[in-house]
Design a protein around this ligand. Structure first.
Ligand SMILES: *Cc1c(COP(=O)(O)O)cnc(C)c1O
Length: 495
């Protein structure tokens, strides 16, 4: 169903293919006054390529209208939990696109790209300081790739210790992002799940009973995906080390703690960061990312190559660590994302980064308090950067699943939050307002969520069919995934 109004009646949901009028042109091809070039054999030529025939004005309007249908962080609040969809300063894009940085060739000799390399070196040092883990490779292109690098580094270190054969297990809490167990499995380990205790932290007794000589590592997300601080993590780190295992940190939620707590000081051996969440590159949409891996001195010889290093001669180079796990991808990483992170870090400084985490925590708790009582909150304690509500009550009492609530939020003008994750929360609604939302936006989001809770009670039918205002309503997701229609056929999209 499409929104009412004369403009949309005229434009409808039709594709450009269905809009053309024969003979209209968006561009005029200049007349060719020289000798005509011979054409290929007439049998090889088509009469028509069936391109839409539109005037330039129509074409501009078509794409402008399509672009306005995209909901992004520049159009409104985008509270996807765990993904940190926040406003990223435009000046960081400007810095990353400076020709000297953007045009540097990945295979250029070090002497010719000292500016770029020194920028990366300073980023490397900055991330080392923020995490308290000074060994840093900027090479991984995503959080998941940083995780794989970290676990492969642990693998190599165990191999050098002669313990790889007996240490075959990695412990992962049941609240973890799916990439954690997937990484452990990809690296050839078996995964032992650690349950979450009633307070939202890992079950300490289970950890203690599982820790033995067969454990290679424990992967812990701090703060965890419930938005909660992992209570007693320093002591757990000690237990893990006493058992001869490593503590891996998922640092995707760094915006909750940066400038305040350092992974290295907590006892982590290796951690990955998501610069395309916390450090000024938008997450989502499948764009380029950067998942640097930061580690202790002990693990530094295993870092993925390359590592940006300053030589005694003052020249910065891309170097290969002594016992490296190898390359994660081609060249030195996604440099544009790294430059943006550097610009962000330098613009804010340590005080600014600390203010970011303070604001992220304040905003999440403001939302928690505003929505409190309207939705169930299974882990009801102050949160860090995000809060995980549950739609269980709405499902049980009114037959409205979380899916309907999320879809209805579109009609209220917001992008839905992350739903059905973490897996340990039934009907989960995982909301991360991020540090860049002003209080009015958080109040408006809470008001919409509260209004939807009232609608679930009074008018569940409306929620079952939502969204009503989007150009395309509810999809048959199974069919869309299994039998997607990816090519336009004449007549299929008319009207
Ligand atoms: C986003 C995220 C990841 C994975 O990062 P990608 O860049 O998407 O691969 C891992 N862990 C947590 C907690 C995350 O939020």
């Amino acid at each position: 169903m499409s929104a009412p109004g004369p403009a949309s009646d005229y434009f409808g949901a039709r594709l450009s293919f269905d809009r053309g009028v024969p003979g209209r042109r968006a561009v005029d091809v200049p007349r060719w006054d020289s000798e005509p070039a011979p054409l290929p054999d007439a049998r090889l030529l088509r009469d028509s390529v069936r391109l839409p025939e539109m005037s330039q004005g129509e074409l501009v309007r078509y794409y402008t209208e399509l672009s306005a249908r995209n909901y992004g962080i520049d159009s409104g609040t985008y509270p996807l939990g765990s993904c940190t969809m926040k406003y990223n300063p435009k000046v960081d894009d400007l810095v990353a696109s400076l020709p000297g940085l953007a045009a540097a060739h990945p295979l250029a000799p070090a002497a010719e790209v000292q500016g770029t390399l020194r920028t990366l070196l300073e980023l490397r040092r900055g991330l080392g300081e923020i995490t308290g883990l000074g060994g840093v490779s900027l090479a991984p292109a995503a959080g998941a790739q940083g995780e794989l690098a970290g676990v492969l580094m642990i693998t190599r270190a165990l191999e050098d210790r002669g313990e790889l054969a007996q240490r075959r297990r990695i412990l992962v809490p049941d609240s973890a992002h799916g990439t954690n167990p997937a990484t452990a499995a990809m690296a050839g380990f078996t995964v032992t799940q650690i349950p979450t205790a009633a307070d939202g932290s890992m079950d300490r007794a289970v950890i203690e009973s599982e820790l033995d000589g067969s454990v290679a590592a424990v992967m812990v997300t701090v703060p965890n995906t419930l938005g909660l601080w992992e209570r007693g993590i320093e002591e757990v780190a000690g237990l893990i080390h006493d058992a001869g295992a490593y503590l891996y940190g998922d640092g995707a939620n760094l915006n909750a703690i940066m400038g305040r707590v350092r992974y290295g000081d907590l006892g982590f051996d290796v951690v990955h960061l998501n610069l395309h969440k916390s450090f000024s590159t938008p997450h989502g949409g499948g764009g380029p990312g950067a998942g640097p891996v930061c580690c202790s001195e002990e693990l530094a010889p295993y870092l993925p190559t390359p590592v940006v290093t300053e030589g005694g001669d003052g020249v910065v180079r891309l170097t290969v660590p002594e016992r490296t796990i190898g390359r994660m991808q081609q060249f030195g990483g996604n440099v544009g994302v790294l430059i943006r992170a550097y610009a962000y870090m330098r613009a804010l400084g340590l005080d600014g980064l600390r203010a970011v985490s303070g604001q992220a925590v304040l905003n999440a708790n403001y939302l928690r308090v505003l929505m409190h009582g309207h939705y169930d909150l299974p882990y009801d304690r102050p949160v860090l950067h995000e809060v995980v509500f549950s739609g269980s009550r709405q499902r049980r009492e009114h037959g409205v699943p979380t899916y309907d609530i999320a879809k209805r939020l579109i009609d209220h003008g917001f992008h839905p939050p992350t739903v059905y994750f973490p897996l340990i929360v039934e009907e989960a609604l995982m909301i991360e307002p991020t540090e860049t939302e002003p209080p009015e936006a958080i109040e408006a989001l809470a008001a919409a969520m509260i209004a939807i809770a009232a609608e679930a009670e009074a008018d569940p039918e409306t929620l079952h069919g939502a969204p009503w205002t989007a150009p395309i309503g509810r999809l048959d997701e199974a069919t869309a995934a299994r039998r997607p229609v990816l090519r336009w056929q004449p007549g299929t999209t008319e009207g």
